[in-house]
Design a protein around this ligand. Structure first.
Ligand code: HEM
Ligand SMILES: *[C@@H]1O[C@H](CO)[C@@H](O)[C@H](O)[C@H]1NC(C)=O
Length: 409
């Protein structure tokens, strides 16, 4: 669905980041380059904590980028700026960064403005129509995109309905749960294995503690992705460890955590890029194929990560979604564990579920939606998937967590 009045500004930002999906394959670091990979956090990019009017929200990556002035310090970012900074500072691939940025703009953006600015935190003082949620009221910012982009079972953020509609702050038990997987070991490394295990625990936390826990395909893909971003984006690289190590101190810094007297203290919005930190090599960015491989491997190792559903009547009332019926027989619980099927299903179902919130919206919102669906398609373009033409979204209505966030406007 492409509209004749395609905004030129949007197209220009895409021309700058050609989504060469076929090339967005996994590449191993070709080596370590201490000059190219070093992120200078002095001078213009020195750490400045947020002031009272600066927006900060659920994403530690964007919060850190704002605190170091890689994106505007006030936390109101343009689509293009958020994509560019994610690529250059963290080495997210263009395809992955574009998909993330577009989702941010779609859900939280100020759509009346062709730069597609969005707040990385709470509702911005735009006073103009914005975002999918904003189109139904004032623009909300990333902090209030619950069950759209912000989802249950995040690595450290609380579940929306469990913490009085606060899905954006770090909740200490979740962080401490992660930290205790490595403790004070000098060789601590929050790598893929550790993050996969933490992911499963957070899914269990959701089912056991959040009365309205909801884990649909769209929610699962975002919380799985952000879980993987912890090790994929925050790790420090070196000659000895070209694939990166995520130590205790680096983890704490990126999460705004200090430990002055033994107890952990969370400083909201104070996520910080450590001094002397070396990101992934730009020739081995976190790519579509890395993401697909992570999603598929996670599913094989922990089938719970593709057991969709939600609580139906309070904690511990998780009712699984029948994937066979939901996907019209294209997938089954068993087939999700084969090949890249888990990643295929997650991303395809997300594409199909996206238009749901769109009743009554038109023009530029649909244009942006079309871009988002295309960006998810660019991620999928690196693999071959079974064809999924439709999903039975009415099956999601059995879950209060779904109903209460999708139908509340
Ligand atoms: C345009 C770019 C980006 C957008 C729009 C974005 C948006 C978001 C949103 C909405 C969440 C909350 C998701 C949830 O509740 O599950 C999130 C979480 C997260 N993001 Fe980002 N993000 C972007 C780039 C980045 C980058 C560059 C990093 C690099 C470190 C990053 C790392 C993370 C992590 C680790 C989480 C999980 C937080 C936690 O629960 O512990 N993101 N992001
Ligand atoms: C990153 O690794 C290098 C090499 O081991 C080290 O000198 C540097 O201090 C590390 N950076 C951080 C923030 O831990």
């Amino acid at each position: 669905m492409l509209f004749p009045l395609t905004p030129l500004v949007l197209l220009a930002s895409f021309a700058a980041f050609p989504a060469s999906a076929v090339k967005d394959a996994h590449r191993r670091a070709s080596g370590f380059d201490s000059v190219a990979q070093h992120i200078d956090v002095t001078g213009a990019h020195k750490y400045v904590p947020p002031g009272p009017h600066d927006m900060r929200g659920p994403c530690p990556g964007l919060n850190a980028l704002a605190n170091h002035n890689f994106i505007p310090h006030d936390g109101i970012v343009t689509l293009e700026n958020s994509i560019a900074a994610s690529m250059t500072v963290f080495a997210m691939s263009p395809v992955v960064a574009t998909a993330a940025g577009l989702l941010g703009a779609l859900y939280a953006g100020k759509l009346a403005d062709l730069s597609f600015s969005y707040s990385i935190g709470g509702p911005p003082p735009f006073g103009l129509i914005g975002g999918l949620l904003g189109a139904l009221g004032p623009p909300q910012g990333l902090s209030y995109t619950h069950n759209q982009f912000e989802a249950d079972a995040s690595p450290t953020r609380g579940d929306f309905f469990q913490f009085d509609i606060n899905g954006y702050d770090l909740q200490m038990p979740a962080f401490v749960g992660l930290y205790h997987r490595q403790g004070e070991s000098p060789t601590a490394n929050y790598n893929r294995d550790i993050m996969f295990a933490h992911r499963v625990q957070r899914i269990r936390d959701c089912k056991q503690q959040n009365p309205r826990c909801f884990l649909g395909p769209l929610q699962m893909v975002f919380s799985s992705l952000t879980n993987c971003l912890v090790y994929a984006m925050m790790s420090n690289h070196s000659t000895e460890n070209p694939d990166g190590i995520l130590s205790n101190d680096v983890l704490k810094s990126f999460y705004g955590i200090t430990r002055p007297t033994g107890a952990f203290v969370y400083h909201r919005g104070a996520e910080r890029i450590p001094d002397d930190w070396y990101r992934r090599p730009l020739d081995a960015p976190y790519s579509a194929l890395d993401l697909i491989d992570d999603l598929a491997s996670m599913a094989v190792r922990y089938p719970e990560t593709v057991l969709f559903g939600g609580n139906t009547n309070g904690p511990n009332t998780f009712a699984p979604l029948d994937v066979g019926a939901f996907s019209n027989g294209v997938y089954s619980a068993a087939s999700l564990l084969e090949g890249n099927n888990a990643a295929c299903f997650l991303l395809q179902a997300t594409q199909l579920l996206l238009p749901l919130g769109l009743v009554g919206l038109e023009g530029i919102v649909l244009e942006l939606l079309d871009r988002v669906i295309g960006a998810l398609g660019d991620i999928l373009a690196v693999v071959t998937c079974p064809e999924l033409a439709r999903v039975d979204s009415s099956m999601l209505e059995q879950y209060p967590g779904y109903r209460d966030s999708v139908h509340s406007g």
